[in-house]
Design a protein around this ligand. Structure first.
Ligand code: URP
Ligand code: ZN
Length: 472
């Protein structure tokens, strides 16, 4: 049944773009931004009018690195599925997510993508997929090409860690990167030296060092920095554009800075996550098994790395902030690693709180301007992952994915009140100031005043274009 969409007029808001803030009125029709004006013209009968006085108006957030319902072995699956995770995303002002296709051994990339896309249909926000290549064979280039043509998938994820399961060795990485470069696909790299991690893990376990505090010690900063340097070398050799996911250390930033200064590399883009900016490795000293809640890879780092990451954002060495949302309950999931930290599922929840944490601890603490906040969480991901200008910007013709941001609301984050389906949060007790008042997806109000509106339909799969350059 075809439903007509009520036109919306949003008056008196402060529109935040990646470069400026200005007051204007927005008219939304048929799911898109129709006009932006400083005068209110007569509106069609039936138009719903929203007064946004006192609110910022942002383009809906884009979280380009999430793992909903991800199987990680031993029957454990990340605890948010596409429905619960996307609900949490919307409540936090994120209207587009990009998850991953991870093929089974022997499964074609086409079949794996078809299957994952089907699972993702229950997403309440818009969604797309990156394609992980976990094994090399000669059909990979052709399958990447088909996935780009059939599904609009323009980014490929590779893992230098987890070599026993989904990780690749350098010879396979070089072949995938060469194919990706030919097809104009962006390679996203998980940069940790997998052999060094396995060596250290085995050594700790042999020595009876089994508690979660050994997780960060098995993945020290150099393990990331070395892999970042090697990934950039391979990007250079293959002339493949590279996006380094979840950068967590000063050491990695220094490598990126050195490579950029040399000037002869293909685009090298970097992402970090809120947890590396806001938490540190003291969390692994929590008593009992509580430290397991903070087991993610790369791990949290000593305090000084946080300053380096904020500075790297200020100096444009980092282009995006995504969450790597991959939640696991403590009960029955994290606790399977109670006697062996290497068995604790890696990952934490974060999708709901990305914008509010970065507003509270980034904008309000002068690490970010309002335009930088929008750029790094939304506009840059839209450009890098081929969604711009449909997404990531407020301009006529763009999708009406909008957040009316109330800068005055104050709250404390808690696992007792969050929408994420997870019995723990690494941000328990964090005070935030500023939250979405209203969230609009494709011209429909989906969330307002702390509550979801009656179901307004699911999100849409987004076929993506090739990456666009952003400033580095
Ligand atoms: O610990 C993490 N990051 N889990 C999610 C999978 C990955 O490595 O990105
Ligand atoms: Zn991840």
């Amino acid at each position: 049944m075809k439903t007509t969409m009520t036109p919306l007029l949003i008056k008196n808001g402060q529109i935040v773009t990646p470069s400026t803030i200005y007051k204007a009125h927005l008219l939304i029709e048929a799911g898109q931004i129709k006009t932006i004006s400083t005068d209110i013209e007569p509106v069609k009968p039936g138009t719903k009018v929203i007064d946004a006085t006192g609110f910022y108006i942002l383009p809906g957030g884009i979280d380009a690195h999430v793992h909903m319902e991800l199987p990680v072995g031993n029957g454990i699956i990340s605890s948010d599925d596409f429905e619960t995770g996307s609900r949490a995303a919307l409540a936090g002002g994120t209207t587009t997510i990009i998850d991953f296709v991870t093929p089974q051994p022997g499964q074609s990339l086409i079949d794996a993508t078809t299957e994952r896309k089907k699972n993702a249909e229950k997403s309440l926000c818009d969604y797309s997929l990156h394609l992980s290549v976990t094994h090399w064979h000669d059909q990979i280039p052709q399958q990447l090409k088909l996935c780009a043509e059939k599904f609009g998938i323009s980014s490929v994820k590779l893992y230098m860690a987890y070599k026993q399961t989904i990780g690749l060795d350098d010879s396979a990485i070089l072949k995938v990167m060469a194919a990706a470069a030919r097809l104009h696909l962006l390679v996203m790299m998980h940069c940790e030296n997998g052999d060094a991690v396995t060596f250290l893990q085995d050594q700790f376990i042999r020595e009876g060092k089994r508690s979660p505090m050994y997780h960060p010690l098995s993945r020290p900063p150099l393990v990331e920095a070395e892999a970042v340097k090697r990934a950039m070398m391979m990007a250079h050799i293959t002339q493949c554009p590279l996006y380094i996911v979840h950068v967590s250390t000063q050491d990695a930033i220094e490598e990126i800075q050195r490579a950029r200064a040399l000037g002869h590399f293909p685009p090298i883009l970097a992402e970090t996550c809120p947890h590396y900016l806001l938490l540190d490795d003291s969390c692994y000293q929590r008593p009992g098994f509580q430290a397991a809640a903070f087991v993610m890879s790369p791990p949290l780092r000593p305090r000084h790395h946080k300053n380096s990451l904020w500075n790297a954002i200020g100096n444009n060495l980092i282009q995006t902030i995504a969450t790597d949302h991959c939640p696991f309950h403590m009960k029955n999931q994290k606790e399977t690693g109670r006697d062996d930290f290497t068995r604790i599922p890696n990952g934490v929840a974060g999708i709901e709180h990305r914008l509010e944490l970065l507003y509270s601890y980034g904008v309000l603490e002068n690490h970010l301007t309002l335009p930088n906040w929008v750029n790094i969480t939304t506009t840059n991901p839209a450009k890098i992952f081929g969604l711009y200008p449909r997404k990531g910007i407020i301009q006529p013709g763009s999708d009406a994915d909008l957040v009316l941001w109330n800068p005055e609301i104050q709250e404390f984050i808690s696992a007792n009140t969050h929408y994420q389906r997870c019995d723990t949060t690494i941000y328990e007790g964090f005070k935030i100031k500023g939250k979405p008042h209203t969230v609009i997806l494709g011209g429909r109000i989906v969330f307002q005043n702390g509550a979801f509106l009656p179901h307004t339909g699911n999100g849409h799969f987004l076929s993506r274009e090739h990456y666009q350059t952003v400033s580095t």
